[in-house]
Design a protein around this ligand. Sequence first.
Ligand SMILES: [Zn+2]
Length: 195
Amino acid sequence: MRHQSVRTAYAYKWDPPDEVSRQNMHTLVTAATFLHGSCLTAAAGSRWDVLTFVPSTRRKLPIAQHPAAGLARSVFVEGEQPRRIVLSPGPRISEDKREILADRFCLPSEYQPHVAGRHVLVVDDTWTTGSKAQSAALTLRDAGASQVTVLCVVRWCRWDWPDHSRVLAGLDQPYDPFRCPVTGLGCPVANPLLA
Ligand SMILES: [Zn+2]
């Protein structure tokens, strides 16, 4: 199962993508935001009203074709549509992967008025050290965002990293859409049978 998960996370980014992997990644985003949108809002204290994604550092694609841009389009939105903005690669996009840097990404000036005082949801495909998503969050906070929430689809884990082995050992069940991304437990909001 672990190896299959790794393949999914890579193969959705192939050019062209592996279609099953792409659909699985998109389904995970839709399930998390459709079933647990209110859990995310309750945990953050407010509903996000701006949506963006962490651009790939390796791809030279037009930004709208970045794999994570597609994931952001799979976010379930109820009611008023969020403002969609795009981060650009910044001057230190390729620096030491573990460092959290506000200028790893930059916010084009045309989007700045839409971020000030707003709650931004940042979608990312893979959490490895967390530095990419946290750098994006820092860029947005510096641009005046009142709050930033990160929704990450895959977490990269290794058995030989001490804090990961505990997480991996606890993953003894297959994927369950009713397990809450906020609490990590069966979610009575998403599934009233669990209440
Ligand atoms: Zn939930």
